[in-house]
Design a protein around this ligand. Structure first.
Ligand code: AMP
Length: 279
């Protein structure tokens, strides 16, 4: 396994591998690697000759400095996991390498969904995500890139970003991996105390409740009941809505099967969790 710290070195490494005819898969992460990340890397390994995983906690996508500061970092353990599963390349840059002094944000098209739900609660978050991914895609120039549906709005944003700037890169959207009690795997789960960890499992159950109510109850009744499930001590939902799975516009009645997605964000104590289900 190669650990590469500098974008110039990564560029020349990849040029060499492409000249040998190798296809490149790219999995961007912020580290604190868990099985959800591993599933993306394994999918990439099935489809590509060489897999590059980046570990970079991107300051531009955090609007809350304390959230950035508390973001879990455990590189040595990450390297061990990635080595064990056979990931060939880790790009582990410092902030100065990703954003050198002469770095300029790209002037990009903004989409309405960048300002609602995750974007509404974290102003500027999706622009930060778009900026770092534009930079990474320009460096790595992969054949395919792998993202988790766990971050549903992010997946849609990446789709738009690729359409606009890198139509040659294929986007592979991967399913959400969950703990045995249904909680979506997340690096942030590490920050949950035992008490909040138990309560956090109510969150996926509330989403499941909406999914199971599909066309059996009215959409508003289903949402109301799910919100009631989340009104337990220690939990607080920031948003919980059913939207059109493609446009992300809020809907007031069920759409045909497969076109609905329930998006939610919940605070379990101080830890912010997001999740969704498509149905
Ligand atoms: P992060 O390190 O949180 O930026 O996540 C890196 C990638 O892993 C993103 O594409 C996420 O959507 C994906 N991911 C995070 N959690 C999960 C999960 N539980 N299942 C599948 N993919 C995930």
């Amino acid at each position: 396994m190669e650990i590469i710290y500098y974008s110039n070195r990564l560029r020349s490494y990849i040029t060499e591998k492409k000249a040998e005819g190798k296809s490149i898969g790219f999995v961007p992460t912020m580290g604190a690697i868990h099985e959800g990340h591993v599933s993306l890397i394994q999918e990439a390994m099935l489809e590509c000759d060489l897999v590059v995983c980046s570990i970079f906690v991107n300051p531009k996508q955090f609007n809350n400095p304390s959230d950035l500061e508390k973001y879990p970092r455990n590189e040595q353990k990450d390297f061990e996991i990635l080595e064990k599963i056979g990931c060939q390349v880790i790009y582990f840059p410092k902030v100065e390498d990703v954003y050198p002094k002469d770095f300029k944000d790209i002037i990009r098209k903004h989409y309405f969904f960048e300002n609602v739900y995750e974007g509404g609660f974290r102003p500027g978050h999706f622009d930060g995500v778009a900026q770092v991914l534009h930079r990474f895609f320009s460096i790595v120039k992969p054949n395919s890139t792998y993202f988790g549906l766990k971050d549903y709005q992010q997946c849609i944003l990446v789709e738009k970003l690729l359409e606009e700037y890198f139509p040659e890169i294929e986007l592979v959207k991967c399913p959400t991996l969950r703990e045995s009690d249904g909680l979506a795997m997340s690096s942030r789960n590490l920050r949950l105390s035992t008490k909040y960890r138990i309560q956090a499992a109510i969150f996926p159950r509330a989403l499941e409740h909406i999914k199971m109510s599909f066309k059996k109850k009215s959409l508003s009744e289903a949402i109301l009941e799910a919100k009631e499930m989340l009104t337990v001590k220690g939990l607080k939902y920031e948003y919980l809505d059913v939207v059109d799975a493609i446009t992300l516009e809020k809907i007031s009645d069920w759409l045909p099967k497969g076109q609905n997605v329930v998006l939610g964000a919940v605070l379990a104590g101080e830890v912010r969790l997001i999740d969704n289900m498509v149905f």
